[in-house]
Design a protein around this ligand. Structure first.
Ligand code: UN1
Length: 512
């Protein structure tokens, strides 16, 4: 077996028997096709087990449904106590979980620690929220009537997560869903099932200690057929899915056909504008982190840079210099800033995009495969910058790899128009010291994205704000602010404490 994985597994107290399904706290093997989990670092085999089939969907949904009947009755602050304990356990296992995330998805250790911290932060947020599931009291138009809103648990929730944030996005959804009184069925990415198994085991342990119905949290590791079966299952009140626009369209169609709710966080094609007044040193750091962090595989990765003509050459030269100095290699090593791509298919997609970009008039810098000084078996690339025209069709596409398209503008309105001229709408940024430009960017006629930052790159959001985007990004909001409302149902209550029966809108309805 794998030495590093074995050590992490021991530290986390995980069983050596890895199985694809956990329903009501019980891990059990499935009978689907054999899944080989490879580390993107060196393609070493970490684990191998059969994945779930459609029939397993019935079991996990039944477990979540039965636990929901009890969990919805537990007072919300008590549900918060469960999440508080999960957060404490995540703190305790932060290092080991980060090691596992790095091993399984290839992000550098600093980013993996950040991902675990993101889970801890959202636990804290959800604990506070568990005492703030407020409804409104509304002035009734009728005498001696009370008009109020209450928020009730919604039902079992399905969370479909992606490989690039194997656990944080699950935690955004799950911790809120749990305090809201919902139960969860989690379908993690097939590329990163081990991180999911580790987190689920932590939750199982605390549920057991606290005598909480184990079915509040369930896991099913399976392929697209399992995802579709979950989306189609009427017992799952909400399907929260993170991934590609293509996958999101399928999920949305299936969930809509049964009039269920979906919460989508799909692709981004995120841009940053750099204006003449920008602090270039600050902009440079923001640009490079957002463009090459997680090897360009974040939903929030900076993919388009829109630079004022007067500084484009200077900025490009500086970015290229920084790109040359980037240490690319084993993400477990201190000082490495860019790890591998998730797999060879990702590298092939990157190569293809660069060929297309240059056929469309783009001038490509970097983007080559790296084979020296990196672990054998993994796919390592030098991040690419492509000088390109705003009319090149390739810039409309999100390639999940470190490719940054650089475009030039003359007038600020032109920059805004280039910025919004894509089908996705997740994250965006402007680097400027001009308050009017900054405010324009954040205004209704500025960035059309769900996230619009000033002097901060588009990636690396805090959990306290609502996270998500518009247009093809799917419109969902997860994590902070009032995103909790997505996990509850609202009941409007009118209570008449008078002895009459006045009708709304002054309607008279009397027997003569
Ligand atoms: C994602 O890529 O799906 O803002 C989530 C960020 C992270 C989360 C990204 N906090 O980049």
């Amino acid at each position: 077996m794998h030495r590093v994985f074995d050590d992490i597994r021991d530290r986390l107290g995980l069983s050596s028997d890895i199985t694809a399904v956990c329903a009501a706290g019980n891990w059990r093997p499935a009978k689907g096709k054999l899944l080989s989990v490879l580390s993107p670092i060196d393609a070493d085999l970490l684990a191998e087990f059969p994945i779930a089939q459609m029939t397993d969907v019935i079991d996990v949904v039944a477990a979540a449904k039965s636990a929901f009947m009890q969990w919805r009755l537990v007072p919300a602050p008590k549900r918060g106590e469960f999440v508080r304990r999960i957060g404490n356990a995540l703190r305790e296992h932060k290092e080991s979980l980060a090691d596992l995330i790095t091993l399984e998805c290839g992000k550098i250790r600093q980013e993996s620690l950040g991902e675990v911290q993101e889970m801890i932060d959202v636990c804290d947020f959800a604990v506070g929220q568990s005492r703030q599931l407020y409804g409104l009291t509304i002035a009734s138009e009728r005498p001696e009537h009370r008009l109020t809103e209450q928020w009730h648990p919604l039902g079992p929730v399905c969370v479909i997560s992606a490989f690039n944030f194997p656990v944080a996005v699950w935690a955004w959804n799950t911790m809120l869903a749990l305090v809201c009184g919902d139960t969860v069925v989690w379908k993690p990415s097939e590329k990163t099932p081990l991180s999911a198994i580790a987190c689920q085991s932590i939750v199982n342990g605390i549920a057991k200690e606290m005598n909480i119905p184990a079915g509040v949290s369930n896991v099913i590791i399976g392929g697209a057929d399992v995802g579709q079966a979950l989306a189609a299952n009427r017992d799952l009140s909400l399907v929260s899915a993170t991934g590609s626009v293509r996958m999101g369209r399928e999920v949305a169609k299936t969930v809509a056909a049964r009039l269920g709710r979906s919460l989508l966080e799909l692709g981004g094609n995120n841009a940053a504008i750099v204006t003449p007044s920008a602090d270039l040193e600050l902009a440079l750091r923001g640009i490079v982190f957002s463009a090459v962090g997680t090897c360009g595989q974040r939903c929030t990765t900076l993919r388009r840079l829109i630079v004022h003509d007067s500084l484009a050459d200077k900025l490009l030269a500086r970015i290229l210099l920084m790109y040359e100095r980037l240490s690319i290699g084993d993400p477990q090593d201190d000082g490495v800033l860019v790890g591998p791509l998730i797999d060879k298919a990702a590298a092939d997609a990157m190569d293809k995009a660069l060929v297309v970009a240059s056929a469309q008039g783009g001038k490509v810098h970097g983007g080559e495969r790296i084979t020296e000084g990196v672990p054998e078996g993994g796919v390592y690339v030098r991040p690419a910058i492509v000088e390109i025209s705003r009319d090149a069709p390739i810039i409309q596409e999100e390639t999940f790899a470190p490719i940054l398209y650089l475009m030039r503008y003359q007038l600020f309105d032109e920059a805004l128009s280039i910025h919004n001229d894509v089908s996705q709408g997740l994250a965006s940024a402007i680097f400027t010291s001009d308050v009017c430009e900054a405010e324009r960017f954040c205004s209704a006629s500025g960035s059309d994205c769900g996230i619009a930052n000033v002097n901060v790159g588009p990636s690396g959001a805090e959990i306290g704000g609502a996270f998500g985007g518009e247009k093809d990004t799917g419109g969902g909001r997860e994590s902070g602010s009032d995103s909790w409302k997505a996990y509850m149902r609202r009941a409007t209550n009118t209570v008449n404490y008078s002895s009459g029966l006045p009708l709304a809108q002054g309607i008279q309805f009397e027997l003569k």
